[in-house]
Design a protein around this ligand. Structure first.
Ligand code: DGL
Length: 251
């Protein structure tokens, strides 16, 4: 089989771009295949076996394209399917993301904290373990049902309305905000607008990028290629492709 130099990366839609952007900062010369699964979007409310099935189908496609490593650029999919995929496909490294709650523990333990994530992530065994291990006793957990979907559809006014309705009660009371879904960094400014200008954001993507580089190095898989990015959408939606390239390299 031809040796591929590409890194596969997937999410339920374009949210994983916030992960790819962090990866590109430290691995700009790798080649990438980004898989946006708009056919099954959103993942947030699906049960474990549905998520596992969906992720396995995507992984098969990426493996068929000879990817050398696969990044699960979705907190929900990482929480529910990473263990299964690692066990079943032992020859390929999977790099998963998790809400940056440990970062809060290590850097801002004393501060009032809000974890925003999908229902699936918040209710997952993986997240429960993370939360109980690093609990700073000043943390509120918020399942943001439907928010990733609004971001996916770029419904700007509805996003502002959603945030006003769901975050208002935390206004001025929160210092740390954990962005526990890869879609949320896209609306960081809007979140700040409701919660207050002095909030600090915690995002798992920069650590994932560092970890990916370490894994590739350890397995002797680091490459200097063209830095190409192939975009695939499971519904072949042109609009997704446009949005993806619009958000690429945008901080
Ligand atoms: N972006 C995904 C995450 O990080 C999932 C969003 C969704 O499809 O519900 O959890």
């Amino acid at each position: 089989m031809e040796k591929s130099q590409k890194i596969g990366i997937f999410d339920s839609g374009i949210g994983g771009i916030t992960v790819l952007n962090e990866i590109l900062k430290i691995l700009p010369k790798e080649d990438y295949i980004y898989f946006s699964d708009s056919k099954n979007n959103p993942y947030g409310d699906k049960n474990d076996s549905e998520i596992i099935k969906i992720c396995e189908d995507i992984v098969k496609i990426l493996i068929n394209k000879n990817c050398k490593a696969i990044v699960i650029a979705c907190n929900t999919a990482s929480a529910k399917a990473a263990d299964f995929l690692r066990n079943k496909y032992r020859n390929i490294p999977f790099i998963a993301i998790e809400p940056a709650y440990k970062k809060v523990h290590d850097n801002a333990y004393q501060e009032e904290t809000l974890v925003m994530a999908t229902k699936g992530t918040i209710e997952s065994e993986k997240f429960k373990l993370l939360y109980h291990t690093y609990d700073n006793k000043k943390t509120q957990l918020l399942s943001c049902i439907g928010l990733a979907d609004l971001i996916e559809r770029d419904e700007k006014e509805k996003i502002r309305e959603y945030l006003r309705e769901n975050l208002k009660k935390y206004q001025g009371k929160i210092k740390n905000v954990v962005l526990g879904c890869t879609h949320y960094p896209i609306i960081q400014d809007e979140i700040k607008h409701v919660l207050g200008e002095n909030v600090d954001f915690f995002n798992g993507a920069p650590n994932l990028a560092i970890h990916l580089k370490e894994v590739l190095k350890e397995k002797d898989l680091l490459a200097e290629n063209k830095g190409s990015i192939e975009f695939i959408d499971s519904q072949n939606l042109g609009i997704k492709k446009e949005r993806f390239f619009e958000l690429l390299n945008k901080d």
